[in-house]
Design a binder for this molecule. Structure first.
Ligand code: FES
Length: 145
C-alpha cells in the first residue's frame, strides 16, 4: 500500500497540472491572469527610441527602481554614465504624456541647464522613480551626442 503512494501522487500531480493548464487557457483563466498582473504592481510605460520605434515596457512599482534602470533592463540605448547620480544627463528623455511627475530637484535642474538637446519637457530618467501614478507614461529618448 505504501509503495503505491508515489504513483498515486504522480497521477494526482499530472491531473492537477492538466486542469490548471486548461484553466489558464479558458477566458476566466485569462481574466484571472489579467487580475494577477494588475496585482503584481507593474505599470506600462512606452519608450520611443531614436528611430521612432515604440517599446512597451512593464515596470515594477515595488522594487524601488527608476525609469533609467527600467530602460537599461530592457536594453534600450541609454548610457547613464554616472549610474543615476544626476551628474551626466546621458539618461535624458522627453516626457510625451501628461502624467504628474515628481518635482525636479536642484541637482537635476542644474544638470539639465548644462546638457545638450534640452527641451521644456526634458527630464533625467534616473530621477523619476517608478510609481503607480506613472501608468501609461510615454517618453522619447533624446538624440545621441
Ligand atoms: S544616469 Fe547620469 S544623470 Fe541620470
Amino acid at each position: 500500500m505504501l509503495s503505491l503512494l508515489p504513483i498515486r501522487f504522480g497521477i494526482y500531480f499530472i491531473t492537477w497540472n492538466l486542469s490548471i493548464t486548461k484553466f489558464h487557457d479558458s477566458k476566466i483563466g485569462y481574466l484571472c491572469n489579467f487580475q494577477f498582473n494588475i496585482m503584481d504592481n507593474e505599470i506600462n510605460i512606452t519608450v520611443i527610441d531614436r528611430e521612432g520605434k515604440a517599446h512597451q515596457l512593464q515596470a515594477p512599482t515595488d522594487m524601488n527602481m527608476n525609469l533609467m534602470e527600467v530602460c537599461k533592463a530592457y536594453d534600450l540605448p541609454i548610457m547613464a554614465t554616472c549610474g543615476g547620480m544626476a551628474m551626466c544627463a546621458t539618461c535624458q528623455v522627453y516626457i510625451e504624456s501628461d502624467q504628474e511627475l515628481p518635482e525636479m530637484q536642484d541637482d537635476e535642474e542644474a544638470m539639465l541647464s548644462e546638457a545638450f538637446y534640452v527641451e521644456d519637457n526634458s527630464r533625467l530618467s534616473c530621477q523619476i522613480p517608478i510609481t503607480d501614478e506613472l501608468e501609461g507614461l510615454t517618453v522619447r529618448l533624446v538624440p545621441e551626442d
